[in-house]
Design a protein around this ligand. Sequence first.
Ligand code: AMP
Length: 621
Amino acid sequence: MAKIGINLSTGSLQKEEIIVGIDLGTTNSLVAIMHPDSKQPVVLREFDSSSMVPSVVYFDEYDNPIVGEAAKLFLESSPERTIFSAKRLMGKNYVDVKNNHSFFSYRIIDDNTDSMVKVQVGDKFYSPVDLSSLILKELKSRAEHILKTPVNKAVITVPAYFNDAQRQATRDAGKLAGLDVLRIINEPTAASLAYGVGLERDNDSQEKIIAVYDLGGGTFDISILRIADGIFEVLSTNGDTHLGGDDFDQAIIEYWLMNNGIERDEIIKDKSLMQTLRLKAEQAKKTMSNSAQFDENINQLSLLITTEKFESIIAPYINKTIECCKNVMKDAGLSQSQIDTVVMVGGSTRVPLVKKCVSAYFQSEINDSVNPDEVVALGAAIQADILSGNNKETLLLDITPLSLGIETAGGLMDVLMPRNSKIPSKASRQYTTQVDGQSGMRISVFQGERDLVKDNRKLAEFNLTGIPGMPAGLPKVEVSFLINADGILTVNAKEIRSGIHQSIEVKPQYGLSDSQVEKMLLESIENAKEDIALRALTEAKTEGEQLLKTTEKFMINNKNSITADELMQTANAMQALQLAITMNDKNLIQQKTEELNDISRPYAERIMNEAIGKAMSGTKI
Ligand code: AMP
């Protein structure tokens, strides 16, 4: 039975269940909806409070969670029970965060497994998924309170650099909070939607290239989008997952400590003082966006800083973002003059020096007309509206940050979906067996840019079993990759002749840190020359080994048709090839492969012709 809802705040009938857009941020989170009357996206806020819900969870003495502004109050007094920046822990294991321990004032523990880190509060343990779900639950209940209607469906945004594991973790958190997560979308895609480019029919035919510069509290993302015919396409992304306004705050603290002649080590254990300094530094930073200095005292410490000084200490961080901008432009193959609009996202883009540097780099005016804190949530609401069927003309395309492929002979990476492939998308390739009668094939899925799989990241592995007995090379196994709109990968392997097939959904590998994604890209560039040489050698060896196997088989099957001289020459050439393979000499392997081919070709042809002749003589026309 269909039900019709009534929106009690507007009085209008709701034929469709409402879908909210959620920006689950490192520092703050927001919910937005498409307003049913104005048809404009709006962020949800209680009458007098901010639309931003701090992404902070405090656990009281009975372990009851308190989320948002109220929780933030405990950052100073109860730092061990107050969890901030949980988004930084999403999909990570202990090794990933070990080096950043001093950043977190709560306990992060290692449970000796490959699974995600846990946060310990008293004698209870919480995963980042649990913590994010508490934030989402709070957002859901606030939205329900404001809208006076149940909220069960959502679109949630994630940074463009989030890998499959982190996207899946976000999805899990939504589920745990009682939300049906219809789509996970990239934050820059949402931001560009909020600027409405490409949404108007009039502009459809006009292609636009947009740079989305997103500097939040803890992460930096730069993305290049192409928008044409109502289609949003991410051309390239880059960023630094450990760079943001928090670093500005830390730089201010360092400066104050230095000015007061205090070593960091002296007070680092005083967690409550460190938190006070953190909050004061943030306050100073915001003040300096509009004035020339900040001057306060606490506990006989002078907290004075001029805007000029502030700009000089944060310049290195801003320069780092500009380096990322250069890389993203290189990846997209574009020059600054081809960028039509630069969109600013994230609270830290309010810093005047940030605006100045970004504008200078792109040699154009920057676009900051939409509130940088709200822009992502507003875009998520537009996406939610599209999903509810209200805006059928728009399609969204995102991209994969790293190449996806499988392991082939010799431990080589065979890429099925190159990095920066649009998603959703599909790719497939045929493979065959290497050994006669081989009944199984191991499909190992990897992510990364290196030529050898051992240097890449293994995502999943499974065995395609039950391949009917056939000579090597005859079975045709088609491996297909299907990456859905959320970036979740399904790998399917099918033996075409027999139809047997098996598939796997790449389960999240909680463990790859965001910075590893960047590291993997860098390493692939640094090792490109060696990798190419190694790939060439491995390919030559595999081909040589394959030829040795087939020649040996041919000799055994046709021993009566081969002369003693041919046998001797072949045996010598096989030995020479085997030696070249052992010596790992690519050129020699190729030369010896060719020689063996030259020796065996004449008698192989002769024997084949004889066989055909025999077959023909028995055929009556
Ligand atoms: P987001 O992660 O996008 O919510 O961004 C939050 C970051 O923006 C935090 O580091 C804030 O301190 C910073 N921020 C917010 N408002 C301002 C402001 N007026 N000036 C400088 N930084 C700000």
